[in-house]
Design a protein around this ligand. Structure first.
Ligand SMILES: NC(=O)c1ccc[n+]([C@@H]2O[C@H](COP(=O)([O-])OP(=O)(O)OC[C@H]3O[C@@H](n4cnc5c(N)ncnc54)[C@H](OP(=O)(O)O)[C@@H]3O)[C@@H](O)[C@H]2O)c1
Length: 326
């Protein structure tokens, strides 16, 4: 079968589409015939060992110190359950599923994954390409806004990087939670961010964020444009800053949390089944929709990686896998 692989960390040119052995589902696993996958910012960071800030050390420990431990790339998938391993009971063959597995290997014609992972049945209205566009951004946005921030109806949230892979889902989920949303994005993304439901949009090229004073209950930054100091100007008393990437500056701010009325929280969300089920429910309820920037055939995966690394995609970059061997 065809799979996306890499042997060393590096630029987009290190990714290869190769013929590899097909996996078999082990105990508790399901084997998925993948129809669509995606390239997200985590896939780019894993391919390039471009782990941000202090995540450089745990990142290398997890994915391989000098070279990749798992040569198979890809974390998001949408496809059909082909077979199930012994004792796997959650899905029957033929069911359409979508999900996320940061451990890698999802960008392949066949992918074996524990059935207890971040997997859900696909909402009937979605195509495989649409379903593959959802998990990474929606899981992160849901867990940060709903669980870490406990966002409530009527609260005000600022989403920095509102047009990207996480931001496009964060805008929609914040609206679904009843919040008032301000989205920060580039000049060409203003109307797009408003079309996702943002009440107010800010162009980061025109507006100097450091001069802003805000009354936000929650500030979430997907790009790294807001410092802990700036976040305190933007938040109300009791407000919370959630930077998705963090270094020593943010860790230093954590130590001062108990002395401050405006807090910061540093976290990494996991791939959890319950969260995928909540996302599927939001889609079924018409409160969340997939956002696709572009779709590439698997053979053009290096091009997709290059686009993701440029940091200006709108939503997700999807890879079409179906028929890759034909
Ligand atoms: N902590 C965690 O658990 C966790 C989980 C998931 C992701 N992450 C991290 O979160 C980040 C989010 O990734 P993503 O997929 O949303 O990124 P993305 O798709 O690359 O989106 C980037 C966003 O930043 C904006 N942007 C680009 N250049 C900018 C600049 N110079 N100044 C200000 N804004 C700029 C883009 O706006 P325009 O295109 O409109 O210019 C876009 O809205 C990644 O770094 C990822 O590693 C962390």
């Amino acid at each position: 079968m065809k799979a996306l692989t890499y042997e060393r960390y590096g630029g987009p040119e290190v990714v290869r589409v190769e013929d590899v052995d097909a996996p078999s589902p082990r105990d508790g696993e399901i084997l998925i015939r993948v129809h669509a996958s995606a390239v997200n910012t985590a896939d780019w960071r894993i391919r390039a060992a471009a782990f941000p800030g202090i995540l450089a050390i745990p990142g290398r420990l997890m994915f391989g110190i000098f070279s990749p431990r798992n040569p198979r790339l890809g974390s998001e998938f949408a496809g059909v359950v082909e077979r199930v391993g012994p004792s796997a009971r959650r899905f029957k063959p033929g069911v359409r599923v979508f999900g996320m597995a940061t451990s890698g290997g999802a960008t392949a014609e066949l992918f074996a994954v524990p059935e207890t992972g971040a997997i859900a049945e696909m909402p009937a209205s979605l195509t495989f390409e649409e379903a593959a566009a959802v998990p990474f951004g929606a899981l992160c946005a849901l867990v940060f806004l709903s669980d870490y921030a406990g966002l409530k109806p009527g609260q005000k949230v600022l989403i920095a990087g509102a047009s990207g892979g996480v931001g496009t889902y964060a805008v929609q989920i914040a609206k679904a939670l009843g919040a008032h949303v301000t989205g920060v994005a580039g000049p060409e993304s203003q109307d797009f961010v408003a079309s996702l439901g943002a009440d107010v949009t800010i162009d980061y090229r025109k507006t100097d964020l450091t001069a802003l004073e805000g009354d936000f209950d929650v500030v979430i930054d997907t790009y790294g444009m807001i410092s802990p100091r700036l976040s305190r100007n933007l938040l109300v008393e009791g407000g919370l800053f959630l930077p998705l990437n963090f270094g020593l500056r943010e860790i230093g701010a954590i130590f001062l949390n108990s002395f401050r009325t405006r807090k910061i929280r540093l976290a990494v969300n996991e791939d959890r089944m319950d969260d995928m089920l909540r996302i599927a429910d939001l889609i079924e309820a018409g409160k969340l929709r997939p956002v696709i920037d572009s779709v590439y055939p698997l053979a053009e995966a290096a091009r997709a990686h290059r686009q993701v690394e440029a940091r200006h995609k709108r939503g997700a970059v999807v890879l079409r896998i179906e028929g890759a061997s034909e």
